[in-house]
Design a protein around this ligand. Structure first.
Ligand code: ZN
Length: 141
């Protein structure tokens, strides 16, 4: 798969889609940077009664990081924190080229070849590691 193929229509659409851009009040917030590329995100998760009610982000960076963060917000919204962590762990496994649960991953499998682009893996996983930290912050109260 070429890098051009990785930048599919879907990924480009997500990178441009402003639906998940912005901040949230009374939400758990985490900031993260990928120094190797200059990607920067501020992730907001609104968690109530153990459910991720809403997810948004601010920030900038390459297409992969922006599309990945948009898809993360869409995928986590509505899940309980346990399911959210399960999804995140599967996505991280996929990015490492390990076998993953296709049923849990769903449409996110458009990124399944990311593991063959070592320079781009951090762009892709930035949001997912940040979301995992955010859910753990919530669990620790
Ligand atoms: Zn990047």
């Amino acid at each position: 798969m070429s890098l051009e193929d990785l930048y599919s229509e879907i990924i480009l659409d997500y990178a441009k889609n402003p639906q998940f851009k912005g901040s949230l009040e009374n939400a758990y917030e985490n900031h993260a940077k990928n120094l190797s590329c200059g990607d920067e995100i501020n992730l907001f998760l609104k968690i109530e009664d153990d459910i991720i009610k809403d997810a948004k982000f601010e920030g900038h960076g390459c297409i992969i990081s922006q599309a990945s963060t948009s898809m993360l917000c869409e995928a986590l919204k509505g899940l309980n924190t346990e399911k959210g962590k399960e999804l995140i762990n599967e996505v991280i496994k996929m990015s490492q080229g390990k076998s993953f649960n296709e049923h849990i991953i769903g449409d996110l499998d458009i990124f399944k070849d990311i593991s063959t682009y070592p320079m781009r893996i951090k762009c892709f996983t930035l949001a997912w590691h940040t979301a995992l930290e955010t859910i753990e912050d919530f669990e620790e109260g």
